[in-house]
Write a protein that binds this ligand. Structure first.
Ligand SMILES: [Zn+2]
Length: 327
């Protein structure tokens, strides 16, 4: 397979410019950042991880498109994952721009910055949900990467339904879409109806929905956030990874269907005998996953089992410190 190279920057019309920024991992290989002409300057949506190749790609992309970095007055970040917010501190420092995120980010930034806390939560979940001893180290071996330096809280926060005025009677409406991550927002352009979907709706891949003991029914949140987009009647959608989507509504329906099927399959697995999340994961995903992929698949499995439990379709029982799912 030929490695996917980061595509060239492109002006998309309507004052919107796409600058793809490479990421220091295989999948996804790049993040789409969007520079939107706003109030005589530019608003940048998402920024990639903090590494020099990414910083260089922004510089070169702007220059190719005839844009000035000094014109960026606002950085909006769709959610608190390093491939979206990683370089925020560096850019804010260089540009002196304001930093906008959903209001939940104010508190959750501390968690983003706290790797020991994450490892502790992960170990507790892995222990309770059946990760065997010989795999435990692989699943919980998290080293904070250099491309993820600590960040400060946003200096301006937005909530669902807020309007970001970009001048000329045009605005970006904030649509809060928790699920993939609790601060996740999409932005809807009032002039064109285009939806900037972040990771909430992606072409081809389904964003990982990770169980988190503090967040309740994360899959329920995600499915609700997908339905919200259908209710809005979205069309052309500009995602944070991959190619642009013509029919956002269609893609949203596919994602709903994907999770419906997975829920049915997992409910069926539980019906065939009492089990735990780790065993359900092994039967639901392809074998021999790399440690990071296995961790994500495991957390995705628990979010599905917990959604089934919280909607009354299966039950859970604690036996010797292990969470056992049963029908
Ligand atoms: Zn992402």
């Amino acid at each position: 397979m030929t490695p996917l190279t980061t595509p060239a920057p492109l002006s998309l019309g309507n004052g919107i410019h796409l600058v793809p920024v490479p990421l220091p991992f295989k999948s996804p290989p790049w993040v789409n950042t969007y520079a939107v002409e706003a109030n005589g300057g530019l608003l940048l949506l998402d920024c990639g991880t903090d590494w020099d190749r990414g910083r260089e790609a922004i510089r070169e992309g702007f220059s190719t498109l005839g844009l000035e970095e000094s014109a960026v007055h606002t950085l909006v970040v769709s959610h608190l994952h390093p491939d979206h917010v990683g370089m925020a501190a560096r850019l804010i420092e260089e540009w002196g721009c304001r930093f906008v995120m959903h209001e939940r980010a104010t508190k959750l930034v501390d968690r983003y910055n706290d790797t020991p806390g994450y490892i502790e939560r992960l170990t507790r979940i892995a222990t309770g949900h059946g990760v065997p001893d010989f795999t435990m180290a692989e699943i919980t071996d998290v080293v904070r990467p250099d491309y993820m330096p600590p960040i400060s809280p946003p200096d301006k926060t937005v909530e669902d339904g807020d309007i970001i005025d970009i001048g000329g009677g045009r605005s970006l409406e904030v649509v809060h879409t928790p699920g993939h991550e609790p601060t996740h927002i999409c932005l809807r352009d009032s002039r064109t109806g285009i939806l900037f979907s972040g990771d909430h709706v992606l072409p081809r891949i389904s964003p990982v929905i990770m169980y988190d003991e503090d967040l309740g029914d994360v899959l329920g949140d995600y499915l609700g956030s997908l339905q919200k987009l259908l209710d809005l009647g979205i069309g052309v959608t500009y995602p944070a990874h991959g190619t642009l989507i013509d029919q956002g509504g269609e893609r949203t329906r596919q994602l709903l269907l994907h999770h419906d099927r997975r829920l049915l399959d997992m409910a069926e697995l539980v019906r065939t005998g009492d089990t735990n999340a780790w065993k359900v994961m092994l039967k639901s995903f392809r074998p021999n996953l790399e440690p990071l992929q296995a961790r994500l698949a495991f957390l995705e499995t628990i979010s599905h089992l917990e959604h089934l439990r919280l909607t009354g379709r299966i039950q859970v029982e604690e036996r010797n410190g292990l969470m056992i799912y049963l029908s």
